[in-house]
Design a protein around this ligand. Structure first.
Ligand SMILES: CC(C)(COP(=O)(O)OP(=O)(O)OC[C@H]1O[C@@H](n2cnc3c(N)ncnc32)[C@H](O)[C@@H]1OP(=O)(O)O)[C@@H](O)C(=O)NCCC(=O)NCCS
Length: 166
């Protein structure tokens, strides 16, 4: 029952976009709200080919993924999503640690992203900071988050405990 992190395959793009919708649904958004949030596919084949999309797999089942985009040294944590049944099991931390380790070894020194408001406490727990916010629709304000990655030998975040990139 071991957890395996590996690069996503181009053939998985649609499945990961569907996972994203299920994952966002964990917070109780109505389907119509999810429709408005997700205009374009969350994960595209080009992004997968670029190498920054990593899935977490257990017993052959993909349970979540992250996506890092942008040109080092400053990148974006574009996605971090788990299947609803995997949320709260420690997999979020495992995926986060892999993501920051991967990003640091890929030459990134910081990652930024806009968080779902419900996920902000998780990111703060992981050592990220809130650097702002943006109102994306009436009544919907997204926290702007950032994590600064330490030098390759590691300091400052849990990145130092992360495995090497795939
Ligand atoms: C965000 C997400 C990836 C976090 O994964 P997770 O499985 O809940 O995280 P873990 O179980 O590994 O928790 C890691 C730590 O964060 C804490 N944590 C997680 N969610 C929390 C919350 N909402 N409030 C407070 N603490 C939280 C846990 O208590 C845990 O702390 P500990 O390790 O010190 O005990 C997951 O909730 C998810 O996929 N949510 C739906 C999609 C989403 O919103 N993604 C983010 C888009 S920006």
């Amino acid at each position: 029952m071991s957890l395996h992190m590996r690069p996503a395959k181009p053939s998985e793009a649609d499945a990961l976009s569907a996972l994203t919708r299920r994952s966002k649904g964990y917070w109780g958004y109505e389907p119509s709200v999810l429709d408005r949030m997700g205009g374009t596919p969350a994960v595209g084949v080009a992004e997968i080919r670029a190498g920054g999309v990593v899935v977490a797999e257990r017993d052959g089942t993909v349970l979540g993924y992250y996506q890092v985009t942008g040109t080092p040294p400053d990148g974006e944590l574009a996605d971090m999503f788990l299947e609803p049944e995997a949320i709260g099991t420690g997999l979020g931390r495992a995926l986060w640690e892999h993501a920051v380790g991967w990003a640091r070894l890929a030459g990134y020194r910081s990652l930024r992203w806009e968080s779902d408001p419900n996920a902000e406490p998780f990111y703060l727990r992981m050592g990220a900071e809130r650097i702002g916010e943006r109102e994306v629709a009436p009544g919907r304000v997204l926290p702007a988050m950032r994590v600064t990655l330490g030098a390759a030998h590691g300091h400052g975040t849990s990145a130092s405990a992360a495995p090497p990139p795939p």
